[in-house]
Design a protein around this ligand. Structure first.
Ligand code: OXD
Ligand code: MN
Length: 591
């Protein structure tokens, strides 16, 4: 498959350490992948779904202790502690390698070692990067073959070149011995004792965010936890937006949104370039250009339905692997909470137990059919609104960068920062209520700068400084905004309808980018005039509701500023520019 000495040495080392019974190269051919699927079904790793209703679709159940990313066991390993962040886990590289070597010793006895050559980004594009993942998990192989471009074609492009090393074993699936370790200084990722997507599909969070963010800092580009979408205007022109939201805050829904009828009738369309990760560079014209390095969607299933995201639902109807959703034994199809009102009568829950929509546990509490973080792994090409620029190796030019999170109070529906550095400040101080995408308590407010808290591969203060530095290189920077779809009323109900209606906010954002609409200057930035948010066709929303959604309460924001200051205090190397932005915000709030 290759004569690349570094690849061959990596495999030899791994063989010697892990002792697999054989080595199988993933060549990327449909025949080989089909043989893997067949084998996975025979081994009970996949359940083949009804091939008439869901052609090429399978179901997988993880072990019950292995259902989400484990931030507590995810490490940045470097020589010096301060080259990671006080808010992330750190291990000294040498110590980490020694510890991992012990865990990997003989861990693949009797198993197959799969070699997955993969490309993040279109194969052969000058902005793409190559990784080699070695794994003993056929589930990983089949997911990687959806999420990335894999096989011989990648090795052909690699030639004698360098690559990111990834080593994974599900080993014993032990929670206590689970480690997801990154060595940005060595372009290396090592993951053991998990078989859950974000921990083991090493091209995704581990490479395309943690290692790539470090490479971006070194090489002058950015790897961000952002969706990329294009809004096509009735005149055919398309403007692009990249948006960062913490995990499970609706990036996939926003990336694939269907505009409300009033917009559709006029001829507006939204195109999806990516739903999770953006690699961003400065183009020759001084604008920022973004590519999606992935080749599929690893989306949260619960809540996905005909209304919330018909495009995502459609995307999952063929060649998709479902993980930890409920199974309908009568139809051979899948179900999850929020799909429809017809849970299977004769079903199996994500744990493998008999289940119907009424199943209760021993305490009489309803049992969920699907895990809240159950997922679909679906090929990008299935997406009905996939942008024609999806494969464009140069990416799409960004008009706007949008930050957002779940905030029941505080943040207004939308506001615009006043400059690049002020926008970086807004991103750096982002906060959100936690979700099920990572293990731990759900619904707690935590600071999640640029939605990158769990994904920056180096010191967070240095990451902020990199954003500031990038600003100096961009002659025509995109404008930076913050949105919050999640404000609630006193009874805890969401006020803004969200989903497709978020188009109304994107419309204002893009109008601001073109200086086509005015705004009100407030202490936190530019806020729309309520009447400039188009509410035509919305039954329950009046201009007064919008006014409420845009309100900024100075006292709440003073507390917010305290929260930001406290957060900055937990970090090291926070750039002076951001401290100045914070001081200026406080002053404006006191005025
Ligand atoms: C994801 C995540 O899976 O952010 O995209 O957890
Ligand atoms: Mn994500």
């Amino acid at each position: 498959m290759t004569s690349n000495k570094k690849v061959l040495a990596f495999i030899e080392e791994t063989k010697a350490l892990c002792d697999p019974k054989e080595v199988v190269w993933v060549d990327g051919s449909e025949e080989q992948l089909e043989a893997f699927r067949k084998q996975a079904v025979e081994e009970g790793i996949l359940i083949k779904l009804n091939q008439e209703k869901l052609p090429g679709c399978y179901l997988h159940r993880t072990t019950q202790n292995d259902v989400a990313r484990v931030e507590g066991r995810t490490y940045i390993c470097s020589k010096n502690k301060d080259d990671s962040s006080p808010i992330n886990n750190w291990m000294e590289s040498g110590e980490a390698y020694d510890m991992l070597k012990k865990l990997f010793k003989g861990c693949m006895k009797g198993r197959t070692l799969y070699v997955i050559p993969y490309s993040m980004g279109a194969v052969g594009s000058k902005f793409s990067k190559i990784g080699i993942e070695l794994t003993d998990s056929i589930y990983v192989v089949l997911n990687m073959a959806i999420m990335t471009r894999v096989g011989q074609k990648v090795l052909d492009v690699l030639g004698d070149g360098d690559f990111v090393k990834g080593l994974h074993s599900y080993a014993e699936l032990s929670e206590e011995k689970r480690y997801i370790c990154h060595f940005p200084e060595d372009d290396t990722i090592i993951s053991i004792n998990s078989n859950y997507g974000g921990n083991v599909l090493l091209g995704k969070k581990c490479f395309a965010l943690r290692i790539a963010s470090y490479l971006g800092k070194k090489e002058g580009w950015m790897a961000e936890h952002m969706l990329i979408l294009g809004v096509q205007y009735p005149n055919g022109e398309t403007k692009y937006i990249a948006a960062a939201f913490p995990s499970a805050c609706g990036k996939t829904n926003l990336a694939m949104l269907i505009p409300p009828e009033v917009y559709r009738k006029k001829g507006y369309k939204v195109w999806c370039v990516g739903d999770d990760i953006a690699w961003i560079r400065v183009g020759e014209d001084g604008r920022l250009y973004a590519v999606n390095p992935e080749n599929g969607f690893f989306g949260v299933a619960p809540g996905t339905n005909e209304k919330s995201n018909p495009n995502a639902l459609h995307t999952t109807q063929k060649n998709t692997i479902f993980t930890n959703v409920a199974y309908n034994a009568d139809t051979g199809t899948v179900w999850w909470e929020g799909l429809d009102k017809n849970p299977p009568k004769n079903g199996v829950d994500w744990k493998g137990n008999p289940w119907n929509g009424d199943t209760k546990d021993a305490d009489g509490k309803p049992v969920k059919g699907a895990h809240p973080n159950s997922r679909f792994t679906a090929p990008a090409v299935n997406c009905p609104c996939l942008s024609k620029e999806f494969e464009n190796p140069d990416g799409v030019p960004l008009s706007a960068i949008v930050f957002g999170g779940r905030r029941a109070k505080t943040a207004p529906l939308v506001y615009q920062s006043t400059s690049w550095n002020n926008g970086v400040f807004v991103g750096s101080s982002m906060a959100s209520e936690t979700t099920a995408a990572a293990t731990g308590a759900v619904g707690v407010v935590r600071r999640d700068p640029m939605a990158m808290r769990p994904f920056v591969g180096y010191n967070m203060g240095d990451y902020f400084a990199h954003w500031i530095e990038m600003g100096k290189k961009i002659k025509n920077p995109p404008k930076i905004f913050n949105v919050n779809w999640f404000r609630t009323d006193d009874e805890g109900h969401f006020i803004w309808p969200g989903f497709g209606d978020n188009m109304r906010v994107l419309d204002w954002i893009l109008a601001r980018c073109e200086d086509k609409v005015d705004a009100v200057e407030t202490p936190i930035g530019y806020v729309p005039k309520a009447e400039d948010i188009n509410i035509e066709g919305l039954d329950d929303i009046t201009t007064d509701t919008v006014k409420g959604l845009l309100e900024i309460d100075k006292e709440t924001w003073k507390e917010e500023a305290e929260g930001i200051e406290k957060f900055y205090g937990e970090l090291t190397r926070v750039p002076q520019e951001l401290k100045d932005e914070l001081a200026a915000l406080k002053k404006r709030l006191d005025a």
